[in-house]
Design a protein around this ligand. Structure first.
Ligand SMILES: [Zn+2]
Length: 349
């Protein structure tokens, strides 16, 4: 267990636990197979709540092998919802080397974390050795609370610092956005074991190397991009939410920096790279273009509004960017977050 808090949390729903089989229950031949006791307990499954962007306990995750040992994990509705602009659950994945497994993201709650572990266990009994979180946002790391103690949590050093200072606030944000009845607050803060600087980090899992790259401000000040060079597979986390018509969530602002980072990430990739966005199915590197074009247009139009003397309210009404419509969360993300953040940063009162 990663924290002592977790023990008391896990005792609460024990009445639903079944036979008490824990250690070794998932592996066929391992003498000391890695146990995930949090996943021996029953899950709560709910209907989708139409007032939420997506409903954690209504999500089913699926996996697909993108290259030998390299698996993406994503919302099974992604092929339909992504191109339609409907928000999707967090995407992640796992990489299996000779020595063990690396997780990309740990999801928002126990139910989705355990779905991910089940997808790993469907492929291998090798131990999970590492879990990389691309962001401080809880939908990428709250599952850390359910990792066994020996798994090394990997975060950018500024992500770790943000979590240390704002963990309770992020739980509140995630409950406000994704429901207070979704088991989100069951999590417990886990301190990262490996802190990644802007220089990046890499690990050899045994025959397969994984990199955690920093390319600049992507959505937060500590976004990591996870790359498997041998497979030319990249996980972007939130800086690239999904394909068109999804748009960046500039919750921490800095549209110009985000634009530069996304362009730099695309430029760093080979032409045939597979790009796993933060919240959809795998894309080609052309998947960056819509978000980059959106950000270019956003900055240009907000600047024009400022030059024309518009107030914030006038800019929110005038910067409609009709050519970029189609995302179900447009009114929230574009009008009430992205335009005001950019207006303020370009010098608006
Ligand atoms: Zn996310």
């Amino acid at each position: 267990m990663k924290t002592s808090m977790r023990n008391s949390i896990l005792l609460l729903p024990l009445l639903s636990a079944c036979t008490g089989s824990t250690a070794g229950s998932t592996a066929g031949d391992g003498e000391d197979a890695q146990a995930f006791p949090a996943c021996d307990e029953e899950f709560t499954v709910t209907e989708a709540n139409p007032t939420l962007p997506w409903t954690p306990d209504a999500i089913t995750l699926t996996s697909r092998e993108l290259a030998p040992g390299v698996f993406v994990v994503y919302d099974r509705n992604a092929d339909e919802y992504g191109p339609a602009g409907i928000p999707l659950a967090t995407s992640g994945g796992f990489v299996i080397g000779d020595d063990g497994v690396l997780l990309v993201e740990t999801m928002i709650n126990r139910q989705l974390f355990c779905q991910m572990i089940d997808l790993v266990r469907a492929q291998t009994d090798k131990p999970v050795l590492y879990a990389i979180n691309t962001s401080y946002h809880g939908d990428h790391n709250f599952g850390n609370a359910y990792l066994p103690e020996e798994v090394a949590v990997v975060q950018h050093e500024r992500t770790a610092a943000h979590i240390a200072a704002h963990f309770e606030a992020d739980i509140a944000f995630m409950e406000a956005a994704f429901g207070a009845d979704q088991g989100i607050a069951e999590t417990a803060r886990v301190d990262a074991d490996i802190l990644v600087s802007d220089a990046g980090w890499s690990v050899d899992l045994g025959g397969l190397e994984v990199e955690a790259r920093y390319h600049g401000f992507g959505q937060t000040e500590g976004d990591l991009f996870v790359y498997v060079p041998a497979a030319r597979v990249l996980w972007t986390g939130n800086p690239l939410i999904a394909e068109a018509p999804a748009i960046p969530w500039l919750l921490d602002g800095r549209a110009t920096d985000v634009r530069a980072t996304l362009a730099a990430v695309k430029a760093s990739l080979p032409a045939d790279a597979i790009v796993v966005p933060g919240h959809s199915h795998p894309l080609t590197s052309a998947g960056f273009d819509w978000s980059v074009d959106y950000l270019d247009t956003l900055v240009g139009e907000v600047q024009a509004a400022l030059d024309g003397g518009e107030t914030l309210e006038e800019a929110q009404a005038s910067v409609t960017m009709d050519a970029f419509h189609g995302y179900a969360l447009w009114d929230w993300i574009h009008t009430t977050i992205n335009v005001p953040k950019t207006y303020s940063e370009l010098g608006g009162g």
